[in-house]
Design a protein around this ligand. Structure first.
Ligand code: CP
Ligand code: NVA
Length: 324
């Protein structure tokens, strides 16, 4: 039996991503209809949700989602476990996988997640690392699908720190969905060549495309979706003053939104800094769907957890294709 992990966006094939999003829509409409962790099931009930960095949405959505599905969330806050300082990731994985149904982890280096997954027979899910935020992108795509009725063929522009976790995930998850993803940021703050190359490979198979540019107008022109993120990610606080200058031309204000399609929707993973990466008139305006996006963390992650438990042989979710 192969254990399915979700460490980066492309860990789901295009068909699998579509299946998870469809399940998320089904579970949003009937929130207690899928119970892979419920007491009457044969499997384990507890999901460990570990934070090496702070969180509001991720903590609340995983906690609520696990409860909704009949399980018990075990939240481990920054500094509360031995992981990383008194005990290796490998040893931690070997302990956790004997007790819990799944391991959800927010950390720094992506390699830590790879090491955790390599030593775990239960699914490991990336709840944000320095390089990716794949659960956020499932929520973002679900939000776009609800508002636009489709994903494939739509154009999605991301402006700002184009070398951060959100930029990488917009690129990889967007092309997996067959979208035309345009990423704009200043020289030196663009996605790494290997991530662009991977996105281009996926786009070639899905009909999507990739544009990486320093020109925000080129990214925005006629875009169906406009997205941004903080200019100072967790762990970059010492660079704050420099970053506030670096990304100034990539702020999403009304003039930027006017370059996108008239019915474009605005996304932000939150927390947001009004007056910096986004103007208040945009995030609090009629094109903003950020509150739907935040709520969809819950529905998308429930579906993802149910899906990986099903694929890993730990639960059976009715309506999903049989395990690969
Ligand atoms: N978007 C997001 O991951 O929010 P939190 O940092 O509050 O979890
Ligand atoms: N890029 C941000 C996302 C926060 C949800 C960070 O890593 O801090």
């Amino acid at each position: 039996m192969t254990t399915r992990h979700f460490l980066k966006d492309t860990d789901l094939s295009p068909a699998e991503q579509a299946e998870v999003l469809d399940l998320a829509l089904r579970m949003k409409a009937a929130p207690y209809s899928v119970q892979p962790l419920a007491a009457e099931g044969a499997g384990r009930k507890t999901v460990a949700v570990i934070f090496d960095k702070t969180s509001t949405r991720t903590r609340v959505s995983f906690s609520t989602g696990v409860s909704d599905m009949g399980g018990t969330p075990l939240i481990i806050n920054p500094g509360e476990s031995q992981i990383g300082h008194k005990e290796s990731v490998e040893d931690t994985a070997k302990v956790l996988e004997r007790m819990v149904a799944a391991i959800v982890w927010r950390t720094g280096a992506h390699q830590g997640l790879v090491d955790m997954a390599a030593n775990s027979r239960v699914p490991v899910v990336n709840a944000l690392c320095d390089d990716y935020h794949p659960c956020q992108l499932l929520a973002d795509l679900l939000t776009v699908k609800e508002h636009k009725g489709k994903l494939a063929g739509l154009s999605m522009a991301y402006l700002g720190d184009a070398a951060n976790n959100m930029a990488n995930s917009y690129l990889l998850a967007g092309v997996t969905a067959g979208m035309h993803v345009r990423i704009a940021g200043p020289e030196g703050y663009l996605p790494a060549p290997e991530i662009v190359a991977e996105a281009e490979d996926v786009a070639a198979a899905t009909g999507g495309s990739v544009l990486v540019t320093v020109d925000p107008a080129a990214a925005l022109e006629g875009a169906d979706v406009v997205a941004t993120d903080t200019w100072v990610s967790m762990g970059q606080e010492a660079e704050k003053a420099e970053r506030m200058q670096l990304f100034r031309d990539y702020s999403v204000d009304a003039a930027a939104m006017a370059k996108a399609a008239p019915d474009a929707v605005f996304l932000h993973c939150l927390p947001a800094y009004r007056g910096y990466e986004v103007a208040a008139e945009v995030i609090d305006g009629p094109q903003s769907v950020v509150w739907d996006e935040a709520e969809n963390r819950l529905h998308a992650q429930k579906a993802l957890l149910a899906w990986v438990l099903h694929q890993s042989g730990q639960a059976v979710v009715e309506g999903l294709a049989p395990r690969a």
